[in-house]
Design a protein around this ligand. Structure first.
Ligand SMILES: [Zn+2]
Length: 221
């Protein structure tokens, strides 16, 4: 069944209580339910756990738990929506770079996964900063607001905007097509006018980023 657009797979079992799991990578919900529980009760149960489900799905979406990445030659990694094959190179080169379909990661052969991950994340951060330089003026003039500061972090949401006008953007935006970064930035800048996601806010988005709904879909693919 489908609840709130989420695929829910129900498995009937000889058990007394219902159990619920969110399964990567799609974020489908799997429910183990006793035979005597009705579909309506299952729907009610899923709805009562919706906040928790959405939180789990967001974590899966945001690659907060990137599974089994080893940062070895041949591994696939994304940059701006394109897939690249990882190639480790001598670490006398300072930063990672891409050429054709290859992402070159300057790390020593004996480096730990953690160091390799950090090298790649530094690269993502630098790429994001470069792209932000390209689009910031355009986005701020579209919205008519400027941020006090922009930070880049690994985080649960794609972005957030605090009352002190500091915008934080998710490091993983570097994995997504560039248009997604622009959309998230405009979204957060709009929060400098409307702090919630009200109708007014959506109208503001319609005005400042007319195809934001499509971009949002791409972002969450
Ligand atoms: Zn928002």
């Amino acid at each position: 069944m489908k609840i709130n657009g989420i695929n829910v797979i129900v498995q009937r079992k000889n058990i007394k209580n219902m159990y619920l799991r969110v399964i990567p990578p799609e974020g489908n919900v799997k429910i183990s339910a006793p035979y005597f529980v009705s579909d309506d009760e299952i729907i009610e149960f899923v709805n009562s756990k919706m906040d928790w489900i959405m939180d789990k799905r967001l974590k899966i979406e945001n690659n907060e738990y990137i599974p089994d990445l080893k940062y070895v030659n041949g591994e696939k990694h994304l940059l701006w929506g394109e897939e690249y094959t990882l190639q480790l190179i001598a670490n006398n080169i300072k930063t990672a770079f891409v050429n054709e379909n290859t992402l070159y990661l300057p790390v020593s052969k004996r480096s730990k996964i953690k160091n390799r991950q950090k090298t790649l994340e530094d690269f993502y951060r630098a790429e994001l900063k470069k792209e932000l330089d390209n689009i910031y003026d355009k986005c701020t003039s579209v919205v008519g607001r400027k941020a006090e500061d922009i930070k880049i972090r690994k985080m649960k949401n794609w972005g957030n905007c605090k009352k002190n006008k500091v915008i934080t953007l998710n490091l993983n935006l570097a994995r997504k097509p560039k248009i997604c970064l622009e959309y998230v930035l405009i979204h957060e800048l709009c929060h400098l006018i409307e702090f919630n996601h009200s109708k007014k806010f959506k109208m503001l988005m319609d005005k400042n980023c007319p195809n934001w709904r499509e971009i949002k879909k791409i972002l969450n693919e």
